[in-house]
Design a protein. Structure first.
Ligand code: NOJ
Length: 557
């Protein structure tokens, strides 16, 4: 379909490869299915390495591929040092990483340390061994309140709806901040800490280049004081480090130990924290003594708006400088409504949806993708403009599979197809995250649009055909070819991690300059603005080389 670019030579040995890398997130069960069972697998990824290399990315981040009953899309891990048999074997993993490395691509895997699955050997042992046992002490078991301990130990809600406590047959309760199939581990237990060090070495020894750490801010809990009311759990209002189970200072002792493990390797293994913490607290996760980098989800939570983009960029670059890390940028991932869709909705609708990190486009999703009306083309146009801006920023950019095709969220999945626990635990009130996890379209037609030889584990809409890789491959104006051109140019133009704002085109335009004369200009306004000469790429066609139309980014060099 496409020819791989020549292998970048230095990225494989450069210890700083991650600082300005472009990382492509693969949600493995929805990427490519080689086995014909409707579920994406590791051999499917291996078969698409040429596609990944031809995109021009630097690394792949693989969401969990471990054995799992999929109570939470694989973030409920049964065994941290194995591959889900539905996705392949450890030998398939070795083959996949070999193919990625041969193509000059690094591999980051997801580590889920806050909770195991309820099918993990440890949790089975904990249930069998009973209250007070060493086996239970790997998790957080407590007696309940009220007569017979029949009420949960606290009224804390789980992130996925309902209580965060589940009762077991002998009457005790265990904590699960997410689904009840995801019991929280007890990180005060040395055995838990040592086991994760073994897991990190297990994958690093197999050649894994870095780790994405799931809810990195939740591991340490302090239950030495009575459980506070749920109203006292707001991270924004609590004094820093005082929350009983989020962003406690002691969590950094864990990551300092992990850093020692990362540094046993050459080049050192990298890590990026998923930490939903106050912006001022993010730097600690990103410090070189800790995980080294942390996601900032600020752009992902922002409307398509010049002032707020500028504020976020300035703030995060300052913060990154302070921590010694480089900044991260992300618009889409497996947890949020795709950015093409968010930007195609009226601003008021996306603003009304600021109820939490997974809530953008909330009203639209709740309506089954019908209301407010989605402007499909505007969404893609703005998403491409935003992505081009993002790819010109210093730091690393994280892309989510399918965004390079301009895919929208699938908003009309039927209830009987849903898989996300948020849908079930909220009794269908929430629609969940399945709409961004629908298997990728590779071909214009055929069974599951080339995802595999049979169906797809989530139903694909008819509009996936014209948005498939095959359809976009030969179309010079496609989003896919825009991404390819942008990533190839970025490699050439990328220099030091500096950015200088150029205030010459008004409040609704963001214009900045990078070292070496690379400039990016985005027009967020309603009128065209004048362009300097030297355009090398634009996110939408320019009518006239001298003017930048609305909702468009141009690169100048
Ligand atoms: C964050 C992950 O991105 C999300 O998909 C998952 O549901 C939660 N952590 C719990 O593991």
């Amino acid at each position: 379909m496409s020819t791989p670019l020549s292998t970048p030579i230095d990225i494989m040995s450069d210890p700083n490869w991650w600082r300005q890398a472009v990382v492509y997130q693969i949600y493995p069960r929805s990427f490519a299915d080689s086995g014909g069972d409707g579920i994406g697998d590791l051999k499917g990824i291996t078969s698409r390495v040429n596609y990944l290399a031809s995109l021009g990315i630097d690394a792949v981040w693989l969401s969990p591929f471990y054995p799992s009953a999929l109570a939470d899309g694989g973030y409920d891990v049964d065994d941290y040092r194995n591959v889900d048999p539905k996705l392949g074997t450890l030998a398939d993993f070795d083959e996949m990483i070999g193919a990625l490395h041969a193509a000059g691509l690094k591999l980051i895997v997801d580590i889920v340390p806050n909770h195991t699955s309820n099918r993990h050997e440890w949790f089975r042992q904990a249930l069998a061994a009973g209250p007070g046992s060493a086996e239970r002490n790997r998790y957080i078991f407590r007696d309940g309140k009220g007569p017979g301990g029949a009420e949960p130990p606290s009224e804390w809600p789980s992130y996925f709806g309902g209580s965060s406590w589940e009762r077991v047959p002998d009457g005790q309760w265990y904590l699960h901040l997410f689904a009840k199939e995801q019991p929280d581990l007890n990180w005060d237990n040395r055995e838990v800490r040592d086991d994760f060090l073994t897991t990190l070495r297990f994958w690093a020894d197999r050649g894994v280049d870095g780790f994405r750490i799931d809810v990195a801010h939740h591991l340490v809990k302090d239950f030495s004081r009575p459980f506070p009311d749920r109203s006292a759990l707001d991270l924004e209002t609590l004094e820093h480090g005082q929350h009983p189970f989020a962003d406690r200072d002691e969590v950094h002792d864990i990551y300092a130990e992990w850093r020692q493990v990362f540094n046993e390797y050459d080049p050192p293994r990298t890590a990026v924290a998923e930490a939903w913490v106050h912006a001022s607290r993010r730097a600690r996760y990103a410090s070189p003594q800790g995980l080294g980098q942390a996601f900032n989800f600020d752009l992902l939570q922002s409307d398509f708006d010049a002032a707020s983009f500028r504020r976020i960029i300035t703030h995060n670059l300052t913060e990154a400088r302070q921590s010694g890390a480089s900044s991260t940028w992300v618009f889409s991932n497996h947890d949020v409504v795709r950015h093409a869709t968010r930007y195609g909705l009226p601003k008021a609708a996306s603003l009304a949806s600021t109820g939490g990190e997974f809530q953008s486009g909330h009203a639209w999703l709740l309506s089954g993708g019908t209301s407010p009306e989605l402007d499909v083309e505007l969404g893609i146009r703005r998403a491409n403009a935003a992505t081009l801006l993002m790819l010109a920023l210093p730091g690393s950019g994280y892309l989510y599979q399918g965004e390079e095709l301009g895919l929208h969220e699938v908003g009309d999945l039927p209830a009987d197809a849903m898989q996300d626990p948020t849908f079930f635990r909220s009794h269908g009130v929430e629609k969940g995250r399945d709409g961004c996890r629908v298997p990728l379209p590779w071909t214009i037609d055929g069974p599951s649009f080339g995802f595999g030889s049979a169906g797809a584990h989530l139903p694909q809409p008819a509009w996936f055909g014209p948005r498939s890789v095959q359809a976009e491959d030969d179309d010079p104006s496609s989003t896919l070819n825009l991404y390819r051109r942008a990533l190839a140019l970025r490699r050439k133009l990328q220099g030091g991690e500096a950015l200088e704002w150029v205030d010459d085109l008004g409040d609704t335009v963001l214009h900045f300059r990078r070292p070496g004369g690379w400039e990016s200009i985005t027009n967020f306004g309603a009128e065209p603005v004048p362009l300097p000469p030297g355009v090398v790429l634009s996110s939408s066609p320019l009518n006239d080389e001298t003017e930048l139309p609305p909702d468009t980014t141009a690169w100048i060099s």
